[in-house]
Design a protein around this ligand. Structure first.
Ligand code: DX5
Ligand code: ZN
Length: 221
């Protein structure tokens, strides 16, 4: 792989009582992206963060704000997240109904667009989105919560998507999210991922551990 591996800590595992400090600490510790999990209690069985929180966090970091929207409907909120400071907005085709149009709308806002596939969603789904994509996110857990176990069957999907990207000559991010840790990071990288999302593994042990946690996630480096 040509691009170096990048680490996107998910702030879902941060201390929500001091989110600004946490975002600063994880940025200083070497995070490449700040992964922000937005959940609505409808598409996924949990409720987390809205655009107001993203806006409040924006002054705390100059890293890429990577907003993973697990909400349905999504279209009405794209502009709010872009204005709040999102650099990337990733959406789920399973949350529908018109993902192609949603991706067009994200691009029209002048930011990067990603599609995220649930563990049960086939990679084939991407075939009609490629020209609109800056990022593909493979979910290696069912979305909704941090701290779940990595689903091994997703390694084959990551590999298939990387192969397809190479065949098409596409230089876009392949991100993996859910249950990623220092123990399996190298396997995920070997399968073809170049951006690893990690919540539990990034924030464990408190701020003094963050730099070591991120280093461990980079694999052999
Ligand atoms: C799950 C979220 C993930 C989650 C990852 O729906 O999209 O980003 O926070 O957490 P860990 O790394 O703990 O599995
Ligand atoms: Zn996520």
């Amino acid at each position: 792989m040509s691009t170096p591996v990048r680490i996107a800590p998910s702030i879902l595992s941060a201390d929500f009582a001091k989110l600004g400090e946490e975002v600063r600490a994880i940025s200083d510790a070497g995070a490449d992206y700040i992964h922000i999990d937005v959940m609505d209690g409808h598409f996924v069985p949990n409720i987390t963060i809205g655009p107001g929180v993203v806006k409040a966090l924006r002054p705390h970091s100059d890293k890429i704000f990577d907003c993973h929207l697990m909400i349905s409907p999504v279209d009405a909120f794209l502009e709010d997240f872009a204005e709040a400071g999102a650099d990337i907005i990733t959406v789920h085709p399973e949350a529908g109904p018109h993902t192609h149009r949603t991706l067009q709308a994200i691009k029209a806002l002048g930011i990067k667009a990603g599609v995220s596939l649930n563990p049960g969603t086939p990679a084939k789904m991407l075939d009609y989105y490629w020209d609109l994509l800056d990022l593909v996110l493979v979910m290696s857990v069912n979305p909704g919560f941090g701290g779940q176990s990595f689903i091994d069957s997703q390694l084959g999907k990551i590999e298939a998507i990387r192969n397809k990207m190479e065949k098409m000559g596409l230089d876009i991010d392949l991100q993996v999210d859910g249950g990623v840790s220092a123990v399996n990071a190298q396997r995920v990288i070997d399968a073809g991922a170049n951006v690893l999302v990690a919540g539990t593994a990034s924030f464990k042990g408190g701020p003094y551990q963050y730099a070591a946690n991120i280093k461990a996630l980079r694999g052999k480096g």
